[in-house]
Design a protein around this ligand. Structure first.
Ligand code: NDP
Length: 310
């Protein structure tokens, strides 16, 4: 009898398999496994990661169980994926296909493409599997503390909510039908990086005028131009020169592309978001897909011929 069968016999809670233990999936899986999740919701968490050493390390750290194969993971009551894009989610859905347990719930925490998500959900529905898209916001720190916001799409929201609440204690919002969560997340990330770019442009202009960025932020953050980027990201990641928030630039570019293409945003030469995308493309070309997205500010600094600090 294997570990999953053992747990099928548990009287309380349901088994959850987490696939993808990256910057976000790592913390999401640990919160599902925490005692606070409550055994009435989750009886056991199984983990699978492409790089196996990570799932072994997760099991040793959080008391989750590392499964050897994707097929084993597919036998849990609930599957949680947190992968780079919908392409990897679709590949795993295709690979698992008939191995998926009928009646299973699939919670996809990837920031996905809404249209691809709808196609995956349809494919899964025909196999007897319900899917919700559940992209999250809050970064790796929020994932570790379980303090994420979740943007959920799909008719199985009520069924999914008790599991999502284990890692999204800040807020769980039902955005609408399948794909709606992905759509809102793409728009949210456009705002995130646009606010960062605008904040950095303003600080660079002020620096040229002779105003120190930290002094400028002190005033702006008590005024109407403030945002999360001026209050937190610019001081913590940029002025500190850490550039280490934990979100890859290539993934941010993916989200902006999702918004422009997936949501049909127009590039009429005036709209701001396509301009922000151009800056992200330049930054990704220069710093690489894996660079932290806050490095986008370095592109603006290079163009201004000025560093915000010194
Ligand atoms: P990471 O790059 O840190 O992790 C990606 C995970 O996916 C890893 O576990 C990786 O495995 C796995 N993976 C990659 N390719 C494949 C594949 N072909 N098959 C199977 N597994 C694969 O990404 P994040 O955790 O940062 O992001 C995950 C999702 O969450 C993305 O959609 C992102 O946009 C979103 N997100 C990220 C936030 C952040 O601040 N980081 C915030 C909110 C949302 P391996 O370990 O082997 O590389």
């Amino acid at each position: 009898m294997d570990a999953l069968q053992d747990n099928d016999e548990m009287q309380h809670g349901q088994t959850v398999s987490c696939i993808g233990l990256g910057a976000m999936g790592w913390g999401i899986a640990s919160n599902l496994a925490s005692k606070q999740a409550g055994e009435s919701v989750v009886s056991q968490v199984f983990v699978w990661n492409r790089t196996k050493s990570k799932s072994e390390q997760h099991a040793a750290t959080f008391g989750t169980k590392c499964v050897e194969t994707l097929a084993e993971a597919a036998r849990a009551d609930v599957l949680v994926t947190c992968l780079p894009t919908s392409t990897e989610v679709a590949a795993i859905a295709n690979e698992l296909g008939p191995n998926l347990r009928k009646g299973m719930l699939w919670i996809d925490c990837t920031s996905g493409d809404p249209v691809t998500t709808q196609k995956i959900a349809n494919f899964l529905f025909n196999l007897g599997v319900d899917m919700v898209d559940c992209p999250v916001s809050g970064g790796p720190d929020g994932a570790m503390s379980g303090n994420l916001t979740a943007m959920v799409g799909g008719a199985s929201f009520s069924r999914a909510e008790p599991f999502i609440s284990c890692f999204a204690k800040k807020m769980v919002v039902h955005c609408g039908s399948i794909g709606a969560g992905d759509a809102v997340k793409a728009a949210n990330n456009c705002l995130n990086v646009s606010h960062l770019v605008l904040g950095a442009e303003a600080l660079l202009a002020l620096a040229k005028f002779g105003v120190r960025p930290d002094i400028a932020l002190e005033a702006i953050n008590a005024s109407s131009g403030r945002s999360l980027q001026t209050e937190v990201r610019l001081p913590t990641e940029v002025l500190s020169r850490k550039f280490h928030y934990g979100f890859k630039m290539g993934l941010m570019l993916k989200d902006v592309n999702t918004a422009i293409q997936g949501l049909g945003m127009q590039d009429d030469g005036v709209s701001l978001i396509p301009r922000v995308k151009e800056i992200l493309v330049m930054s990704t070309d220069k710093h690489g897909f894996d660079a932290d997205y806050t490095n986008v500010v370095k592109t603006l600094e290079d163009r201004a011929g000025l560093n915000l600090v010194g």
